[in-house]
Write a protein of this length. Sequence first.
Length: 223
Amino acid sequence: MPTVLVTGCDTGIGREFARQYAGAGWDVIATYLDPANRIADAGPMRHAPLDVTDPAQFTALKRDLGETAIDLIVSNAGIGLDTGKLGSLDFGYVRAMYEVNAMGPLRLVETFEANLVAGSMRRFVAITSRMGSIALNLSGGHYGYRASKAGLNAIMRSLAIDLFERGITVASIHPGWVDTAGGGGNAAVPVAESVRQMREVIRCLGNHDTGQVYDYRGFALPW
Ligand SMILES: NC(=O)c1ccc[n+]([C@@H]2O[C@H](COP(=O)([O-])OP(=O)(O)OC[C@H]3O[C@@H](n4cnc5c(N)ncnc54)[C@H](OP(=O)(O)O)[C@@H]3O)[C@@H](O)[C@H]2O)c1
């Protein structure tokens, strides 16, 4: 069975990815901001701490995993959304969003590139947001979150080019407006359904998809 590493399994979409892949028989490496949140009721699974802003935790996880082949990495950990209005912006939080949402995935792929190459699927997927699409921004605001996800998309595009020779397919997926803590109230898509459909998008990814942004139903999104 393939091996998947998922970040941000404490709650929400990451936790559901870990549970569904474990349910499908995959070997799951679930990472947590707080390892006390480990998933206890989804069968055998590896658990590890990983704050994606902490280089020392990346080093420790790399040391633990060694040359373990990883078929798929789902870079899910993220924070958002509000930083206030112009005139009262929280620049500390703007910076934090960039560090978690954009730099975190970059450090993740840099750390585990060799593990992906050792796998047979070779897929690196980041959970982005349509709020990172400049073309789809018709309502303004959310400076930090939009910039962090647009930055992530730019990073993913470069990764797609740079990792193509190594056979790694890179794709960003918008999960929909999902009923998690991150999605806030009134979200339209149940988390189990969003993840089920994203797993199908991931399953169907081919080399020609590398560098693209999709939504959870597989529709391409503009930059
Ligand atoms: N829900 C939506 O409608 C929606 C829409 C578009 C995109 N997304 C994206 O989907 C992803 C998952 O979000 P979600 O909706 O599942 O929200 P969530 O429940 O808040 O999940 C985010 C997870 O990331 C973890 N996390 C936060 N900072 C971290 C760090 N420094 N290192 C490692 N993990 C960290 C959180 O841990 P704690 O809970 O312990 O803080 C949490 O488990 C995010 O990238 C988000 O931007 C969500």
